[in-house]
Design a protein around this ligand. Sequence first.
Ligand SMILES: Cc1cc2nc3c(=O)[nH]c(=O)nc-3n(C[C@H](O)[C@H](O)[C@H](O)COP(=O)(O)O)c2cc1C
Length: 207
Amino acid sequence: MTTYEETCYSTVKDAIESRHSIRKFSDSPIPQETLREILDLVRLSPSAWNLQPWQFHVVTDTDLKMRLQEAAYGQQQVTSAAAVIMVASDMENISANLMATVHPGLPPERKEEEVANLSGFFNNMSVEERGQWGLTQTNIALGFLLLAIQGAGFASVPMLGFDQEKVKEILGLPNHIRFAAMVPIGLAAAEGYPHHRFDLDKIATFH
Ligand SMILES: Cc1cc2nc3c(=O)[nH]c(=O)nc-3n(C[C@H](O)[C@H](O)[C@H](O)COP(=O)(O)O)c2cc1C
């Protein structure tokens, strides 16, 4: 079986420059080991206070992919892909288990202090506000995921064009879950569109 290390050819620059949204994939499956290696890299994404609110639901089952496609208003790339990764955020789980996020190297009293501070911050928010906050962090992991997929020699397309409630129902997830994206992934069977982006001078100011 080919491992991530063997297929990985990209530098970060290559991965960023060569990534395009791909909406048609070959029939080849992706070994679960490769999917695990990609997500093992994404695990290293940074987040505020290191809270890591992301959860990844990897769907390879044909029937489930068909149901996800339906929830995505029929977008064909969902069933064309070997796998679909739902990038979710679960802030209710994280805010109920804050101690798990505190660095193990801290002395016990500092850990307690950290948890008390974070609890104060998150207890002042509604479930909806915590959900939105979690998404700001989970989107960082989404960016890492797109590049890790590209770096491993696969293609993807990030998607938000789907009914979040329907996807929660399909995957049996609780109501408070928020999704950063649905990400179909596979071997590319079509070219993406050329990059169309603003010039650097429009988006960057050097002070
Ligand atoms: C958050 C997000 C949601 C998106 N939703 C969809 C979608 O539902 N369907 C789709 O075909 N493309 C979707 N796209 C892909 C964008 O159209 C695409 O990234 C953009 O046009 C730039 O093209 P590129 O990815 O090829 O560089 C989405 C992209 C992002 C980042």
